[in-house]
Design a protein. Structure first.
Length: 133
């Protein structure tokens, strides 16, 4: 089982195969981000992975009872990533499912938002062309 690391740069591989499959580099193409430089794509991809990590952690905190939540926060602030992972694995038996759900939800939102932006830009371009005619 994979756990959410507490610090440092995170990769999809560290978050597990489910997240890796859902938040792949191809999501940028699905969002219409083909025109970004490789550096920009990598930055955006890392931001997306960090967002999934944050969402998973927030959900874990929501699902844990108060005493367990306090312990997790303490570990996040003072323990190693391995200790945090071991604690989460012991307390959240469905972690992989939670990670997959959050990654899928985020991917859907990102693609939907990109479609709205593209549509808005298309409308803007049409309005600009009409007003210039």
């Amino acid at each position: 089982m994979t756990a959410v690391p507490s610090t440092g740069a995170t990769t999809a591989e560290q978050l597990g195969p489910v997240v890796q499959a859902v938040i792949s580099q191809e999501i940028l193409d699905a969002m219409g981000m083909n025109n970004l430089t490789e550096s920009e794509k990598q930055d955006l991809y890392q931001t997306m992975i960090a967002t999934v990590q944050d969402r998973v952690l927030a959900r874990l905190l929501d699902e844990l009872p108060s005493s367990k939540r306090i312990e997790l926060v303490r570990l996040l602030n003072h323990a190693t990533a391995d200790e945090v992972s071991a604690y989460i694995a012991g307390e959240i038996p469905n972690l992989d499912a939670i990670m997959g759900e959050e990654a899928l939800r985020y991917k859907g939102e990102m693609i939907e938002n990109a479609a709205h932006v593209s549509k808005a830009l298309g409308i803007h371009d049409a309005l600009t062309q009409t007003s210039n005619a």
